[in-house]
Design a protein around this ligand. Structure first.
Ligand code: HEC
Ligand code: HEC
Length: 241
């Protein structure tokens, strides 16, 4: 494991493994890096650094990601990219369609289920929580997640992915590979955090994410509603990565 992943470099570059976990699965509050194409990782670091990739929700941990991308050297980025790219992505998310979800609170930039067992309607949301909060907070890379999604969303997402929804979007498999596990420099989206997926679709649409790859994603997101994004994310998260 490269030093930059395990320890970072003081004072400006936080260890990648602290947030993305030792072998890259990350969590809903950041991103899974395991198995992403190395060239893609390097390009995203450049986009963060240049300011082309921002976030629609500033004052979150993405700000830290952006500031460390400015301080990391090319050699450090190359080493981290090669390391994470060589890790095998794991299936760690269970997607569950349901009307009611545990009440949640925000901790460490992600949601956690309240211990009281109280429930509330899911509404149009995705509620993604660690199965074992303590295990996840102690940065165990084997942590697993439950993503509650609205009833019917997986099938709606599957239809959009497969058909493009009669011009509403573009068939994802054309670029992300038939199994959505990635193609050449294009990242896989199968089995990834649905919270992360929705944030990215939203940021591509609104223009907060405007790196060199955005023109390719723009026709895909332009006409998507929030509900479509939730359905797409529910479906792709349910696939094997
Ligand atoms: C403080 C926590 C934190 C640290 C430390 C951190 N990241 Fe991140 N990283 C994030 C967050 C948050 C995101 C997701 C941004 C979003 O949701 O738009 C992210 C996203 C990324 C992405 C985009 C992934 C994708 O699929 O597009 C890459 C690549 C990345 N980080 C690489 C690194 C590398 C390399 C390091 C170490 C040099 C690192 N990160 C350290 C928080 C962190
Ligand atoms: C014409 C090609 C193309 C099509 C079709 C396409 N994508 Fe993409 N997608 C890309 C490229 C290229 C990127 C990387 C963008 C960048 O570098 O910022 C990307 C990135 C993404 C990301 C961000 C991944 C990450 O790791 O941050 C998500 C999520 C995504 N696409 C979802 C979808 C979905 C869902 C569909 C189908 C509804 C789709 N894409 C269709 C080309 C495409």
């Amino acid at each position: 494991m490269p030093e930059i992943v395990s320890r970072g470099r003081k004072p400006d570059v936080f260890a990648c493994g602290f947030c993305h976990r030792a072998d890259g699965p990350g969590g809903p509050e950041n991103s899974n890096l395991a198995g992403l194409p190395a060239v893609y990782i390097v390009q995203q670091m450049r986009d963060f650094k240049s300011g082309a990739r921002q976030t629609s929700v500033p004052q979150r941990n993405v700000d830290l990601m952006i500031s460390l991308s400015r301080a990391a050297s090319d050699a450090e980025v190359e080493a981290a990219a090669a390391y994470f790219s060589a890790r095998k992505p794991k299936a760690i998310i269970r997607v569950v369609e349901t009307d009611t979800v545990p009440k949640t609170y925000v901790t460490g930039w992600h949601l956690a289920a309240m211990k009281t067992g109280e429930k509330e309607p899911i509404g149009p949301r995705i509620i993604e929580v660690p199965e074992d909060l303590e295990q996840f907070v102690s940065r165990d890379a084997r942590s697993r997640f439950i993503a509650y999604v609205p009833p019917g969303s997986i099938q709606k997402g599957q239809a959009l992915v497969a058909s493009g929804g009669a011009g509403k979007t573009v068939q994802c498999g054309i670029c992300h590979g038939a199994d959505l596990k990635g193609l050449g420099p294009i990242p896989g989206i199968a089995g990834r955090s649905p919270s992360y997926i929705v944030r990215q679709l939203y940021d591509f649409k609104l223009g907060a994410r405007a790196g060199i790859g955005r023109p390719l994603m723009k026709p895909t997101v332009e006409r998507l509603t929030m509900e479509d994004m939730v359905s797409l994310a529910a479906y792709v998260a349910s696939l094997t990565p």
